[in-house]
Design a protein around this ligand. Structure first.
Ligand SMILES: [Zn+2]
Length: 131
């Protein structure tokens, strides 16, 4: 989803890139500008991920940069975080099942990483005891 950098209104004109003079229908901010570009990196020297682009003085103003690609914002990034939180809490609920059955305990015995890690140590202990 392509959002206006200024007012975060979704921009969907049926094309991947706005024309240099296209502007946001909601706030009239220029769309073909660094602030809308996925290559914009304020921390870099040229403030651009593409190394040999021309210096742009006004990051909010329109440019004619050939490397411009509209920054894609995942719809509802916060919802993803909420889904992850819900999933982890669900896993916590399943893991903290107060009624563990015999299959679960058997699985934990045979598939536990701790038991395989302790196996060589126990072998070494056996040899030490034989000496
Ligand atoms: Zn806007």
């Amino acid at each position: 989803m392509r959002l206006c950098h200024n007012c975060h209104t979704p921009w969907d004109a049926g094309k991947p890139k706005p024309a240099p003079k296209d502007s946001c229908p909601a706030c009239d901010a220029y769309l073909h500008c660094c602030l809308n570009c996925r290559h914009h990196r304020p921390s870099l020297h040229n403030q651009c991920y593409i190394p040999n682009t021309e210096w742009v003085g006004d990051r909010r103003g329109m440019n004619y940069c050939d490397e411009f690609e509209f920054r894609i914002t995942k719809p509802g990034g916060q919802e993803d975080a909420q889904q992850q939180a819900a999933r982890s809490s669900l896993e916590a609920l399943l893991g903290a099942d107060p009624t563990p059955g015999p299959p679960n305990s058997l699985d934990s015995l045979f598939s536990g990483g701790a038991s395989t890690e302790s196996r060589p140590k126990s072998l070494e202990d056996l040899f030490k005891e034989e000496e």
